[in-house]
Design a protein around this ligand. Structure first.
Ligand code: HEC
Ligand code: HEC
Ligand code: HEC
Ligand code: HEC
Ligand code: HEC
Ligand code: HEC
Ligand code: HEC
Ligand code: HEC
Ligand code: HEC
Length: 304
């Protein structure tokens, strides 16, 4: 429900943004509309651009717009005074994916991964990207994290808490692929490798099953001005135990509080922000407040 409401707000916000850009006219029915003003003579890419100059004058232009090929994406049917403009390849306003993947072929394959981000699965590429251009990299409709937080109010809330996770404030896409990945929550690497790529002791080689590969990951880190963390945790040679206390497992056992899930870094830490401690979950503000959450359920651990 929360997401449905946020989605509706985001879509409404985009409609308003679109209308403002074009001087107040509504864009609500762009692809299905049949009320395009009558056009004299034969039309081509150049004639489109001659009237729609607002589209071709943005800071970051989408490739095909930069070279003026409007009719790669728009269909045109002219019969006398009636002009109908639609979208190519069966795309609709809500589901533009069939159009986008005609050129972005790799994306079609990427969308077959196990975990696809909900708005992407619905084909809503233009929820985040303006099809023509915008002021922001990748023709995004908003700057960096704003492109995510308009829908994810719970994460925005976490980022307003006392303890902030530095990479989350820097860039959501450091850890999440905005489109799809083989891992839950579209993370770029499997847990715990994701966390250990920044927090492992130098000698430890983390899991590297990323959809885009290690090089892309490191480029993303560099772009966000991060190369890792100064806070390295101690773990045994296979990275399975040894934190936060000697012998404590960090994987390979069940999470007592999350049915069907393995214990991982996020069993104890919120990856975005928290009220206290070292990003502790459950609102815990100190170590004992955290331990008790599980160890009041588990048999008391033996003295080491
Ligand atoms: C003579 C000027 C002119 C030309 C040439 C022109 N348009 Fe338009 N177009 C307009 C106006 C005016 C509107 C309505 C106001 C608005 O929504 O911006 C419009 C609306 C649109 C819309 C949104 C409404 C709808 O009917 O879907 C699209 C999409 C569009 N034009 C695409 C194109 C394409 C593609 C071409 C080239 C084949 C083109 N236009 C050529 C003036 C023009
Ligand atoms: C990559 C595909 C693509 C290209 C290239 C493209 N458009 Fe569009 N255009 C779209 C999509 C998708 C929409 C949104 C349609 C909808 O919401 O129904 C759209 C909407 C529009 C609209 C109406 C809404 C708005 O944003 O103003 C106009 C006008 C328009 N396009 C004109 C053009 C013109 C002129 C060109 C060439 C300079 C062009 N388009 C090139 C995909 C494209
Ligand atoms: C007609 C072919 C074509 C279509 C259709 C198309 N694109 Fe593109 N797109 C391109 C080209 C060409 C580039 C520029 C290539 C580059 O810079 O790597 C590009 C670049 C992009 C980029 C920036 C990539 C980067 O690395 O900077 C994004 C984001 C993007 N397109 C999204 C979309 C979306 C969303 C749609 C559907 C609404 C779409 N594209 C449809 C051809 C297309
Ligand atoms: C939830 C928002 C969102 C949606 C929906 C979305 N994208 Fe993106 N996309 C992004 C962001 C953010 C980036 C920049 C990623 C980065 O900085 O690494 C991006 C980057 C891209 C790129 C260039 C880099 C790359 O990963 O290849 C392409 C191409 C692209 N998107 C196409 C698409 C297409 C096609 C769709 C629909 C199937 C789509 N996007 C839907 C947010 C989104
Ligand atoms: C238009 C609204 C919208 C935007 C913008 C958006 N998301 Fe989402 N996101 C959703 C919806 C809806 C879901 C599905 C929620 C669910 O299933 O509980 C979702 C799910 C997710 C999930 C997975 C949640 C889970 O438990 O599996 C992650 C991670 C995520 N989004 C990250 C991002 C990031 C990063 C961005 C920015 C690049 C972003 N989102 C932008 C609507 C959006
Ligand atoms: C340091 C890595 C990291 C960064 C950066 C990050 N996340 Fe996450 N995020 C995760 C992990 C790991 C999970 C899975 C948590 C779980 O399974 O309990 C997650 C879960 C989520 C979820 C689903 C659960 C929830 O809390 O609603 C959403 C939505 C989400 N992230 C959005 C975002 C957004 C938006 C940003 C940027 C402001 C962001 N994330 C930045 C690692 C990260
Ligand atoms: C992109 C690198 C990066 C990734 C990935 C990453 N972190 Fe961090 N983390 C940092 C940085 C930077 C800090 C800030 C401390 C510092 O400068 O060393 C930090 C701080 C922390 C802190 C201490 C917070 C405090 O204020 O006490 C915890 C706990 C933490 N991270 C847990 C995690 C977990 C759990 C994950 C996986 C979900 C994760 N980190 C993934 C970079 C990263
Ligand atoms: C059983 C709960 C638990 C698990 C699982 C866990 N942590 Fe922690 N973590 C803690 C506690 C408690 C602290 C605070 C220790 C202290 O203050 O002495 C902490 C502190 C940290 C810090 C801050 C260290 C510093 O020097 O300030 C980082 C970084 C961190 N954890 C990362 C991780 C990563 C990465 C994982 C997964 C491999 C992980 N944690 C798994 C409980 C946990
Ligand atoms: C998210 C749940 C969770 C939290 C929070 C948690 N633990 Fe654990 N702990 C476990 C699990 C699961 C085991 C393994 C139990 C088993 O093997 O039966 C464990 C095992 C232990 C052990 C035994 C380790 C060994 O050598 O076998 C100790 C000691 C321990 N925990 C102490 C702590 C302390 C101290 C804290 C707070 C800093 C804490 N735990 C927080 C889940 C948790």
């Amino acid at each position: 429900m929360r997401y449905a409401a946020a989605f509706a707000i985001a879509v409404a916000w985009i409609a308003v943004a679109g209308a403002t850009e074009r001087g107040g006219q509504s864009s609500a029915s762009a692809s299905t509309a049949t009320r395009h003003p009558a056009l004299a003579g034969a039309q081509n890419d150049a004639t489109c651009a001659s009237c729609h100059t607002d589209i071709t004058t943005r800071k970051v232009l989408h490739g095909p717009v930069a070279v003026g090929t409007c009719l790669r994406c728009h269909t045109l049917n002219q019969a006398g005074d009636r002009v109908a403009i639609g979208l190519a390849n069966g795309a609709t306003s809500e589901n533009t994916a069939p159009l986008c993947v005609t050129c972005h072929e790799d994306m079609a394959a990427r969308l077959k991964q196990a975990h696809v981000h909900a708005p992407v699965a619905a084909g809503g590429c233009t929820v985040c990207h303006d099809p023509h251009g915008s002021a922001f990299p990748f023709q995004l409709r908003a700057q960096r994290n704003e492109a995510c937080l308009t829908c994810h109010e719970d994460v925005a809330e976490a980022l307003r808490l006392k303890v902030l996770h530095v990479p989350a404030a820097a860039s959501c896409v450091l850890c999440h692929d905005p489109h799809a990945s083989p891992f839950p929550a579209q993370t770029r690497q499997r847990l715990n490798g994701l966390c250990l790529s920044c927090h492992a002791p130098e000698a430890f080689t983390p899991d590297d099953e990323t959809p885009t590969g290690r090089r892309a990951w490191q480029r993303a880190l560099a772009a966000a001005g991060l190369s890792g963390s100064r806070r390295h945790i101690g773990l045994n040679a296979v990275g399975a135990a040894g934190h936060p206390v000697y012998g404590h497992p960090v994987q390979g056992v069940r999470d007592p509080l999350e049915k069907g899930r393995e214990l991982t870094c996020v069993s104890c830490h919120n990856p975005h922000g928290a009220a206290g401690g070292a990003l502790f979950r459950f609102g815990a503000i100190n170590v004992s407040g955290l331990c008790i959450k599980c160890h009041s359920l588990l048999a008391m651990p033996k003295e080491p």
